[in-house]
Write a protein that binds this ligand. Structure first.
Ligand SMILES: N[C@@H](CCC(=O)N[C@@H](CS)C(=O)NCC(=O)O)C(=O)O
Length: 179
């Protein structure tokens, strides 16, 4: 049975925009696995609730549902060992775990730089949900969060230093080749 992946989309169903879903698209590509996309919008909670999640990505492999990008990456690695490895062994998996958490923080940093632009690309009901849930989380209007973008972008760039400095001396995080 083909793999299926719920992926976050806005008004344009052909443009998945969640970095968490992109991680799984990249993992599937690395493993050479095809997966049918199931476009998913913020307010379609009932579609993924039976799979035990309120968020995407959600991967369906036959009857089995796997939730959370890091968990899905580990699942793909272990369920498809004959395919190219995502981690290249225990050391790579351990480093991947660290990068996963580091990436989550960096992604959090991006969201405050673009947050008021996101509803402009959503369907009206999703835009209303997004604004309400994010304004409750941040305690202020989206436009106010983004008002400090010029200053915040400097901090964001600084947060990329570990990557920038590493990639000055090696082509890939894994060394001379991707791991
Ligand atoms: N830790 C999760 C985070 C997934 C996540 O936050 N997904 C967002 C899309 S980028 C989502 O589905 N949000 C639904 C919502 O905010 O209601 C993972 O790595 O998969």
């Amino acid at each position: 049975m083909p793999l299926k992946l719920y992926e976050l989309v806005g008004a344009d169903p052909s443009r998945p925009f969640s970095p968490y879903c992109w991680r799984i698209r990249m993992a599937l590509a690395h493993k050479g696995l095809a997966a049918e996309t199931i476009p998913w919008c913020f307010t379609e909670k009932s579609a993924i609730a039976p799979h035990g999640s309120e968020k995407v990505p959600v991967l369906l492999d036959g009857e089995r549902a796997v939730v959370d990008s890091w968990t899905i990456a580990n699942y793909l690695e272990d369920a498809y060992p004959d395919r190219p490895s995502l981690f290249g062994g225990d050391g790579g998996r351990a480093m991947g775990r660290m990068l996963n958490w580091w990436g989550d923080g960096v992604i959090g940093g991006i969201s405050s730089l673009i947050i008021a632009d996101i509803p402009l690309n959503l369907k009206p009901e999703d835009a209303a949900y997004f604004r309400k849930s994010r304004e409750a989380r941040f305690g202020k209007p989206l436009e106010e969060i983004m008002a400090s973008r010029d200053k915040a972008v400097e901090g964001f760039r600084k947060s990329l230093d570990p990557l920038r400095l590493t990639l000055r001396t090696q082509h890939f995080l894994g060394g001379t080749a991707a791991n």
